[in-house]
Design a protein around this ligand. Structure first.
Ligand code: GH3
Ligand code: MG
Ligand code: MG
Ligand code: MG
Length: 313
């Protein structure tokens, strides 16, 4: 049955706020216009300890994709207004050099549908009705493979700056320095202001171009030894070795001014953006990275609340 029930779909969404990478649980994005199937699978897959974002509207699924950052995507083939293959094509284009397992699922188990799935780059095809335990073990294998591959990669594919994984490594290293030489350092959490507007006004492709150029801007304006990391989405982290919070403040305040005057080249012309930032000085090796990030994030939140385009400590 092809149902496209917006109320039900909104219910699914509102009952389940977007669940993103907070802990280490694998994140699954499940797209199926059949809401009974969606609810059933969501519940079953959650029993595996996975965070499941279940979305019935394929267009919303694409929009939410950036926020969800899934480890595995399961896509129904036949959906009301957008075919599962269109979603697959979008994902394949989006994560070209990144490994994101995609599983097509359909009650149409014809050879042509299976062929199209694999030819378009899907990693797996599962026919409905399926055996739940078989589906689960296949998803598990795909997630394991993704984790393996991700652990080999330290660079963010879109922006070419370091990725989140590198952050853990960098922290461990600087923490040793802190223990050995009492050398403190600063962590700056950066979030582009109103980035959603860029996407909404110019489209995701231009959004991507802005992200790339913004990463380049950060790299160009940092000292050798500073570390630029894409934390996720439009959030970046700067690690400033040897800098106290006051010194970092000066550096970032200069950066905020520079950013405002920096033209970012996109196919829709030159754009500019501002960003907000939160800073913490890491001066105690007994605190975990997560604790520092939380402090930086609180400061960032403060900067946003105070009107954006600024830095808070
Ligand atoms: P704020 O000033 O409060 O930070 O507003 P905002 O719009 O920047 O913040 P919000 O977190 O609401 O939106 C961030 C947007 O960034 C939403 C998401 O679609 C988009 N985004 C995340 N990752 C990517 C990406 O890789 N490419 C593109 N084009 N957009 C992305
Ligand atoms: Mg369907
Ligand atoms: Mg954000
Ligand atoms: Mg933002």
């Amino acid at each position: 049955t092809l149902i496209y029930d917006n109320d039900l779909e909104d219910k699914v969404l509102s009952e389940a706020p977007l669940m993103t990478m907070t802990g280490n649980e694998p994140v699954i994005l499940l797209i199926d216009d059949e809401t009974s199937m969606l609810m059933y699978l969501k519940e079953e897959l959650q029993k595996q300890g996975w965070m499941v974002n279940a979305i019935a509207n394929p267009i919303k699924a694409i929009a939410a994709f950036y926020d969800i950052q899934p480890d595995c995507v399961i896509i129904d083939v036949y959906m009301g207004q957008k075919s599962g293959f269109e979603i697959l094509a979008f994902l394949k284009e989006k994560v070209k050099q990144q490994f994101l397992p995609t599983i097509m699922i359909s009650s149409d188990n014809s050879k042509s549908i299976r062929m199209q799935s694999y030819q378009m780059g899907a990693d797996d095809f599962i026919a409905k009705p399926f055996e739940l335990d078989e589906l689960t073990v296949r998803i598990k294998r795909h997630i394991e493979r993704k984790n393996l591959i991700d652990n080999l990669l330290l660079v963010d594919e879109l922006t070419r700056v370091y990725n989140r994984k590198y952050l853990n490594q960098a922290y461990d290293q600087l923490r040793s320095e802190l223990i050995r030489n009492k050398e403190t350092f600063s962590i700056v959490m950066i979030d582009i202001d109103h980035f959603k507007r860029v996407n909404d006004t110019y489209g995701h492709l231009v959004g991507d171009q802005v992200l790339k150029q913004f990463a380049t801007f950060l790299t160009n304006h940092s000292r050798p030894g500073d570390i630029v990391i894409r934390f996720g989405g439009e959030e970046f982290i700067l690690i400033l070795p040897e800098l106290s919070v006051d010194e970092s403040k000066k550096v970032i305040e200069r950066l905020i001014l520079k950013c405002r005057d920096t033209k970012l080249n996109t196919e829709k012309g030159e754009l500019s953006c501002t960003f907000s930032a939160g800073v913490v000085e890491v001066n105690n090796p007994t605190q975990s990275l997560e604790e520092w990030l939380l402090l930086a994030d609180n400061a960032l939140y403060d900067a946003k609340e105070s009107g954006r385009n600024q830095l808070k400590v």
